[in-house]
Design a protein around this ligand. Sequence first.
Ligand code: IDP
Ligand code: MG
Length: 144
Amino acid sequence: MSLERTLSIIKPDGVRRNLIGKIFTRFEESGLKVIATRMAHLSRAEAEGFYAVHSHRPFFNDLVSYMTSGPVVISILEGEGAILRHRELMGATDPKKAAPGTIRADFAESIEANTVHGSDAPETAAFEASWFFRGTETFGAKQG
Ligand code: IDP
Ligand code: MG
């Protein structure tokens, strides 16, 4: 394993239901370090660009509307094998299929309002982190 960075979003349903602290606790207790974080209410352009890879999926417009429906908390997490570790903490996209004890199994409202986002590979992690943060805004082992 190597030291990795991944992008996390606590989605509008998670912020609305006061779950920021509980979700950050799961990251920290699993050894993931929050090295950048901010709250934002995404514009349509920001959400569409972030999810551009899904622009041809039937749920794209609904997804963008949902992601712009309220504030989110965007963070960069750092740790050994952070990308996979974070995905394991999150659980499957559909909360009905998510393993017990995962964030989505415990908190998600639906397959769309599934409480958290996490990058799925090194390339997407790099793109997603750069979509929301400048290099000078991170405070991890490699810099800051
Ligand atoms: P992921 O978030 O687990 O990586 P993706 O397939 O990348 O899942 O989908 C991105 C987001 O789009 C999901 O987290 C969810 O909010 C939404 N989404 C995915 N599949 C569906 C669907 O079938 N119906 C409605 N929304 C969906
Ligand atoms: Mg994804």
